[in-house]
Design a protein around this ligand. Sequence first.
Ligand code: 5AD
Ligand code: SF4
Length: 439
Amino acid sequence: MTTPKKLFVKTYGCQMNVYDSERMVGALEAAGYETTDTADAADMILLNTCHIREKAAEKVYSELGRLKPLKSANPELKIGVTGCVAQAEGAEIMRRQPLVDLVVGPQAYHRLPQMEARVRAGETALDTDFPEEDKFDHLPRGPRARRGPTAFLTVQEGCDKFCAFCVVPYTRGAEASRPVARILDEARDLVDRGVVEITLLGQNVNAYHGVGEGGAWSLAQLIRALAKIDGLLRIRFTTSHPNDMTEDLIAAHGEVEKLMPYLHLPVQSGSDRVLTAMNRKHSATDYLRILQRMRAARPDIALSGDFIVGFPGETDADFDATLALCDQVRYAQAYSFKYSARPGTPAANRAEVPEDVKTDRLHRLQAVLTQHQQEFQQSMVGRDLPILLEKPGRLPGQLVGRSPYLQPVHLQADAALTGTIVTTKILGSETNSLRGAPV
Ligand code: 5AD
Ligand code: SF4
């Protein structure tokens, strides 16, 4: 028997990249690889890259530079770049960094095994097509050994919204939904392998419209069907666009017990002027109304969002409108970023807000968001919450789980309870997590 070749995958960016990395591992396991946790021992290194913010391409080139000694030590080592930088840069990557053997964009991952064979034969391989066929139909489901009780499942990919700041329509392509039957099969398979919580992924997940019985299904229909799977205990989804927040999806939050009370709904800005410049196609009031309806359907819903500060043209008054929106919503948790021009996007050529202004606004916004997050976490203290125990914590005897509202919770519990839901009294709140004890 030949010894398996070693594969090291480094994943950057979003949860969809995490999911894609697993599928690529599955594909290369079928081609005779096993994964390793260190680049040093690898016969194949894949950098699964992200292009969403900042100097993504530059970071990839410097990471590749650091791999040079490994390649000199082991001429058999093959290096690949995958993900959104691969899509955006294409052949340029191999021109600038000849140690790269393989470049593959997110829609061509099913061709990875053939590409691997070509690079093993000493060629280079490049594929940034957007093929007709669904890559997931031709990719093994994931690694042979699954780790842990939670899993991601991509149901939708790409985006047709064209927000003026965003690369996703260019790197992930047009919006596409996977068929219902495939998703249900994959979910059942995950549950058979010990998964009890599934997070449905899509860049615009609530625009889901996959083929199902009787025609195109909505995300809410898909969630209701998934909820019927025995052994699946929790369902989540991310990320959503306000304009696709349909009545049936809102209602599902009040009706489907397995659907967790947490919604990540990015707004990006609280100023209508900026929202228009961003091509968001909704106002701040539209957004607040949706949240009102969400809270009517599920009063305890934890809300999360994304913000961009310093978008081209953002004034102090615009920024104040963002702070005011946050005060109204009181997010349980939120992400905020300085605007960073992405080559090829509509906003890329607009005059930029000075860097120091961006930095100052980011700090001010984050102070407000942190304050609200602390308030939300404090409101959990003293309550008994069902915590899904996920993995060992840092301290001996400690496990980390998640509340229905997605906060990490640390508690002392038997490792055998991993993968079960344990009623836990919340005793305290840390910066980004809660502390508790089993009841
Ligand atoms: N600059 C800064 N932040 C961005 N995001 C997307 N594109 C950019 C950009 N060019 C943020 C948005 C989005 C999140 C995933 O990343 O807030 O919701
Ligand atoms: Fe990054 Fe967006 Fe690509 Fe995910 S889809 S890896 S966030 S650029």
